[in-house]
Ligand binder design. Structure first.
Ligand code: GLN
Length: 427
């Protein structure tokens, strides 16, 4: 059988191929010379499977797609406060290379525009690394996201540095506000090296999948950056990743994303998938024309908009029934799926509304594959209140999905591996 997803990706590429509008970035001569017909798309799942079509193994420079990853590294290396003190998280609604800083503080508005990204570059690395050590930390960190040793394209880097007047102007402004505290040119040089790291569409999909997978690279299993850092990075990508097109993107595509002027584009859908596309012609915002079309299509074909997640709530209570009769009767609430706040609210409501007359109540977690912290606390609180109302509460938990279930404060639960372990009265 022909594989379904690569066929779908190839068809999507075929549909956008005739669109030759836009221009490759001209302000970096090496990029202007790139083949504008290159076209690729790849999906990487959070368990490490990559599907691709087109030029997925053709290398190009990462450019601004390095920004969210460098931001992640700075947050991981320094902690949130020192980074937030220097770079804000507000969408700027301006072009990526706008020479603008927050009035009063001189802080760049966010880490996705160049002013913010140049500052973030200066914050990567614990302690106070020198410029070369810092670049090495960036390249090493980006490589961990990709699970492959990446390298800098020296030609593209030199070509951009020769024309980096704008970024130098931004850096000097940052220096004059003491947002940068070291030699402005050195920082721009390091930032330009960061932007010149070579990646393929396949690499970018895997890097995005690492963000989608709570910071754990799906192939190596390495926790590249902590979970709270990933939440911060994805939030900023959602509001600022597409520069002055961020609002259109958020409403129409709805996937945390980042574009680069070499033509790359990534999207990371939390808990689900990493996506990357490559096509060098850019629109007036500096985003890949065909890349934007592909993402619009992927989002609508596959229901990937983050605001469109199916509610797990309704389906959490699989059944609510009684086994046996008389004083030994057992009330069983069979739960299923992944349980979060909305799901736990249904469990709580179901129990409140049932107000079980039976003394014995079993909460059956056999079909539950995950339960988050708030849901765990809510289920245990229900168990505690049931105990206080003179119920005997059992938790059926064969796979220890809810370890050490201590409802505290007068609550008591007995854990069993299966419902049969409850010595059921024969019905
Ligand atoms: N290196 C590029 C610059 O700073 C990155 C810009 C981008 O990809 N949008 O101008």
């Amino acid at each position: 059988m022909r594989p379904i997803i690569p066929d779908y990706l190839a068809e999507a590429l075929g549909d956008v191929e005739p669109d030759t509008s836009g221009e490759p970035a001209a302000y970096i001569p090496e990029l202007a010379a790139a083949d504008p017909e290159r076209l690729a798309a790849a999906f990487a799942t959070v368990d490490g499977r990559v599907y691709g079509a087109g030029d997925v193994d053709v290398p190009f420079t990462i450019q601004s797609i390095s920004k969210p990853f460098a931001y992640a590294l700075a947050l991981a290396d320094r902690g949130f406060d020192p980074v937030l003190a220097k770079v804000g998280v507000e969408p700027s609604g301006e072009a990526f290379n706008e020479i603008s800083l927050e009035s009063g503080t001189g802080r760049p508005l966010n880490p996705m525009i160049n002013a913010g990204a140049i500052t973030v570059h200066s914050l990567v690395g614990a302690g106070n690394p020198g410029p070369a050590e810092r670049v090495e930390r960036v390249v090493h960190g980006l490589s961990a996201f990709a699970d492959r040793r990446l390298a800098v394209d020296e030609e593209v880097c030199a070509s951009e540095m020769e024309h980096a007047h704008r970024n130098l102007a931004i850096a000097h402004m940052l220096r004059s506000h003491d947002v940068l505290t070291e030699d402005a040119r050195g920082v721009v040089d390091g930032y330009t090296r960061q932007c010149s790291v070579l990646v393929t569409t396949r690499d970018l999909a895997m890097m995005a999948a690492t963000l989608a997978n709570h910071g754990v690279n799906p192939l190596s299993g390495e926790q590249v950056v902590p979970k709270p850092v990933v939440r911060q990075v994805l939030s900023v990508m959602f509001s600022c990743g597409m520069y002055d097109a961020a609002g259109d993107w958020a409403t129409q595509v709805g996937i945390p994303a980042k574009s680069g002027v070499a033509g790359g584009l990534i999207g990371a859908l939390p808990g689900r998938i990493g996506i990357a596309t490559f096509s060098p012609r850019l629109d007036r915002h500096g985003n890949s024309v065909r890349g934007v079309s592909l993402f619009e299509r992927f989002s609508s074909d596959m229901g990937l908009h983050v605001m469109e997640v199916p509610s797990p709530g309704r389906a959490t209570v699989r059944s609510n029934h009684v086994v046996g009769s008389g004083p030994d009767a057992l009330r069983v609430l069979e739960l299923q799926g992944g349980i979060d706040f909305a799901g736990a609210e249904h469990v709580v409501r179901e129990i409140m509304e049932t107000a079980p007359p039976e003394t014995r109540v079993a909460i059956d977690l056999t079909r539950v594959h995950a339960i988050d912290d708030v849901a765990r606390r809510m289920v245990l609180e229900v168990a505690r209140r049931l105990t206080l109302d003179d119920h005997e509460v059992h938790l059926v938990d064969p796979e220890t999905i809810l370890p050490d279930p201590d409802p505290g404060d007068g609550g008591r639960v007995t854990v069993v591996r299966d419902v049969d372990g409850l010595g059921l009265p024969s019905a």
